[in-house]
Design a protein around this ligand. Structure first.
Ligand SMILES: [Zn+2]
Length: 59
């Protein structure tokens, strides 16, 4: 499962309608609204997603 970087809901990449490639990484979204939010501030959400992944690796 992927995680929507905006609302942090789990998203199934296989049937996700909303997806963006940003800096070589695919991001999946639960809705067009979340995709638009990401599109508006991609760097903000990229950093958040990165931090979340690092936290998961530690715990
Ligand atoms: Zn969402």
């Amino acid at each position: 499962m992927a995680v929507d970087p905006v609302c942090e809901k789990p998203v199934n990449p296989h049937n996700a309608y909303w997806m963006i490639w940003y800096k070589g990484t695919p991001y999946y979204f639960c809705s067009e609204e979340c995709q638009l939010k990401f599109d508006y501030k991609p760097e903000h959400y990229r950093v958040l997603a990165l931090e979340r992944r690092q936290n998961q690796a530690v715990s």
